[in-house]
Structure formats: structure tokens, C-alpha cells
Design a protein around this ligand. Structure first.
Ligand SMILES: Cc1cc2nc3c(=O)[nH]c(=O)nc-3n(C[C@H](O)[C@H](O)[C@H](O)COP(=O)(O)OP(=O)(O)OC[C@H]3O[C@@H](n4cnc5c(N)ncnc54)[C@H](O)[C@@H]3O)c2cc1C
Length: 384
């Protein structure tokens, strides 16, 4: 897409988001409720299906353009998280699903008739160490039988389908610990209450996340995506896209903080002059802007490599780490700029502050990115 097309896309997303002002997100945050109306409007505009090819009813955009959509949602004051998984979770199905699976599900995911917004990887005992996960899927005739637990699996209540990573071959029977894991497309409409229990977890932000308990859940063998035992690679394949998209969300949050901070610093007069005239206020905002601009360059570099089909693991991870840190820096600057008002829900800074902190912890923590760079870019010894 050209720069002009990008600008047109930004304007289009802004137009949809304009119907959902701060008060909308603030109110939902207080009630911990799902932004149904915003998600419906974004779906209707096609903005939650940017990466689905046109032949399946999506927009067929590149990753950079898709990232603009999520950036603009966050920059508008909203939160892309309740819907962002609809944009990228289907990647596993798109890249590794059979033609029959793609034909059956992708058009309805593109139209929003089916929501694939749940992605079940994290477990209470395994955490960051994904290949130690204990949820098993054992073949039994035409079914797999799933047992185990997952933790912090978001949006299950607002999804029809979930991508599930489970062990199909015991760890002591495979050569590498990343072997023997498989990916399934679970139909939540059938599973919940019939082998799958969903226990909501209240977290610091308005994110409907859950503990999941699988007790002899039977899923048809046809729900396996790709080859049995190769699921970990399939999930990894989707990670670079997720990193780039979430880096863009961070950039959106960061720019929101800068927009609000600069307006406040110009308008708020204390000691008879705008607070922004004090370098103690202006410099942290300017510094955060510099960090955001640098992070944005890495986001576009990663997006370019991704589109060219080049390896981009390092750049995608670095873009997320830099963008999450820059957004947090901007959040800190906003807190100081708004003073006591930063704590006041009516100013939205405290809400965005909570939402922004997440990205240094999930979907991947900063430590794990540093460990990836140390080992894979700098050739340092493995630490785990
Ligand atoms: C709001 C929210 C929504 C989420 N949604 C989903 C979802 O939809 N699907 C899903 O699958 N998961 C989801 N997660 C889970 C998230 O991906 C994990 O919390 C995250 O990957 C970290 O795992 P953990 O919490 O078990 O941390 P742990 O693995 O317990 O790690 C704790 C800390 O120790 C550090 N650490 C661990 N090992 C090392 C090491 N070797 N070297 C250095 N540091 C180390 C980690 O970096 C981390 O900082 C969500 C989490 C939250 C909070």
C-alpha cells in the first residue's frame, strides 16, 4: 500500500472510532464489559479481517496496513485488545489449515459471523515455558479427548472458535521438546459446558480473560490443523505477525499519551503560565516522542521484512519491546503532566496507563525478547 493509501486507511479507521469516544471505553472499563458495539462497527467496516485474502472475503492487506488499523483504534482512546485476536489468530488456519477448513471457516470469520478470538496456549504450570505445557489431546476413534488446564485465555466468552495448543505425544517420547504438540480449532459453542469449564479471572484491565479446565472434552479429529505433532512450529509462525501488530497498538497508545500530554501542557496554567513552559514537563514528553518515533521505525522495518518473506523474528520482537517501552515512557510522562488528574478516571490517563503496562508482560515478556536477541542475534549461550 502507498503512503496515500495508508493515510486513507487511517482516516477510515478514525471515522469508525469517532463514534466511540473516551466515555464509551471508560464506562465499559468501570463495568468490565465487552465493547460489543465498537467490535461490531469495526467488523462491519472490514477492519477486523485485514489479513484474510480477498478470495475468502477479507481485505487482503499486508501486515503494515493491518497494523495501522490497530494503532488507530488505540490512538483514538479505545482499546484494540478485545478484538485484535480476530485479526491474527486465524493466521494459523490460513497458513496450515486444509482447503476444506479454510473454505468452511475463513469467509465467516471475515464477515464476523464467526469469531475466532481465543488462543489457548498459556498454562498455570508451564507459563513462559510453552513446550512444558501439560494439556493433552489423545486420539480416540474419530475424536481427540482433551484434558488439562489453561490460564489467562482471553475473550473465550466472545468467541465461537478457539485455537488450542495441546500435547499429542508425551514429552518423553519425542526427540525435541517442541515436537509432539498439536494445534486444534475448537468449536466453543459445543465445548463450553460439555467438557470445557470457563472460569473468569478479574485482571487490572477490561480484558475478559479466563482459566479453562478441560475434562474429557471430545473434539472431532477433523479439528486438527495441519500435521499432528507440528503445532508448536505453527504457533511460532504466527508470532511475528502478532508482535508487529501489537507493537503498532503500543505506538497508538504512546501517541494517545503524547497527544493528551501536549494539549494539557499547553492549556493548564499554574504559577501564571502553561505548565508545558517548564522543561521538567516538556522534556519527558519530548523524550517519549523520540522513543516512539524510533520504535515506529523498527515496526516498519519488521513489517517490510515480513511482507518480503524474509526472516524477521529479531525485528518483530525488537519492535514490540521498543514500542512497549516507549508507550510506557509516554504513559509515565502523561502521569506527571496531569498531576493529580492522572488518577481521575474522567481523564482516561489511568485507564490507558493500566492498559499500556500489559505489553511488557504479555503476549511475551521483555525478558524473553532479550533472551531471544541474546541467543539468536548475538550468539550468546542458551539460558534455558
Ligand atoms: C490480560 C492477559 C491476557 C492474556 N491473554 C492470553 C491469551 O489469550 N492466551 C494465552 O495463551 N495467554 C494469554 N496470556 C498469558 C501471557 O501470555 C503470559 O502471562 C505470559 O506469556 C507470561 O507467562 P506467565 O504469566 O506464566 O509468566 P511466568 O512464565 O511465570 O514468568 C514470570 C516472569 O519470569 C520471567 N522469566 C521466566 N523464565 C525466565 C528466564 N529463563 N529468563 C528470564 N526471565 C524469565 C518472565 O519473563 C516473566 O517476567 C494473557 C495474560 C494476561 C495478563
Amino acid at each position: 500500500m502507498s503512503a496515500v493509501d495508508h493515510e486513507r486507511l487511517r482516516q477510515g479507521v478514525r471515522q469508525v472510532c469517532a463514534a466511540f469516544p473516551d466515555a464509551y471505553w471508560r464506562d465499559l472499563d468501570a463495568r468490565r464489559e465487552y465493547p460489543e458495539e465498537a467490535v461490531a462497527a469495526l467488523t462491519q467496516a472490514g477492519y477486523l479481517a485485514p489479513l484474510i485474502p480477498e478470495e475468502y472475503g477479507g481485505l487482503g492487506l499486508d501486515i503494515g496496513s493491518a497494523s495501522i488499523i490497530l494503532e488507530e483504534i488505540n490512538r483514538s482512546g479505545g482499546n484494540a485488545q478485545p478484538a485484535h485476536a480476530q485479526v491474527y489468530t486465524m493466521g494459523t488456519l490460513l497458513r496450515h489449515g486444509s482447503d476444506a477448513q479454510k473454505g468452511e471457516y475463513l469467509p465467516d470469520i471475515a464477515s464476523g459471523d464467526l469469531r475466532l478470538q481465543a488462543f489457548g496456549v498459556t498454562e498455570p504450570e508451564a507459563g513462559t515455558d510453552t513446550t512444558s505445557l501439560r494439556t493433552t489431546a489423545v486420539r480416540d476413534g474419530d475424536d481427540y479427548v482433551v484434558n488439562g488446564r489453561k490460564m489467562y485465555i482471553s475473550r473465550v466468552q466472545f468467541s465461537d472458535l478457539m485455537i488450542l495448543l495441546a500435547r499429542t505425544t508425551p514429552r518423553d517420547e519425542v526427540k525435541r521438546k517442541s515436537d509432539g504438540l498439536s494445534v486444534f480449532l475448537v468449536d466453543l459453542r459445543e465445548a463450553v459446558g460439555d467438557g470445557l469449564e470457563v472460569k473468569p479471572r478479574r485482571v487490572m484491565i477490561n480484558n475478559q480473560t479466563n482459566e479453562l479446565v478441560f475434562t474429557n472434552l471430545r473434539i472431532p479429529a477433523s479439528s486438527l490443523i495441519g500435521e499432528e505433532g507440528r503445532g508448536f512450529r505453527y504457533v511460532l509462525d504466527g508470532m511475528n505477525a502478532e508482535r508487529i501488530l501489537i507493537a503498532a497498538e503500543c505506538i497508538g497508545n504512546g501517541r494517545w499519551f503524547i497527544d493528551r500530554s501536549t494539549s494539557r501542557a499547553r492549556e493548564r496554567e499554574i504559577f501564571g503560565r502553561p505548565i508545558g513552559q517548564n522543561q521538567g514537563i516538556a522534556f519527558p514528553i519530548a523524550r517519549a516522542h523520540v522513543s516512539l518515533e524510533a520504535a515506529d521505525l523498527m515496526r516498519w522495518k519488521a513489517a517490510e521484512l515480513f511482507e518480503a518473506g524474509e526472516p524477521c523474528g529479531a525485528e518483530a520482537n525488537m519492535s514490540l519491546m521498543l514500542a512497549a517501552a516507549a508507550a510506557w515512557e509516554a504513559a509515565e510522562a502523561a502521569m506527571q503532566t496531569f498531576g493529580g488528574y492522572s488518577y481521575d478516571a474522567e481523564y482516561d490517563v489511568e485507564r490507558k496507563f493500566r492498559e499500556t503496562r500489559l505489553f511488557q508482560v504479555a503476549p511475551i515478556s521483555t525478558n524473553l525478547i532479550l533472551s531471544y536477541v541474546a541467543e539468536h542475534v548475538l550468539g550468546l549461550p542458551r539460558t534455558f
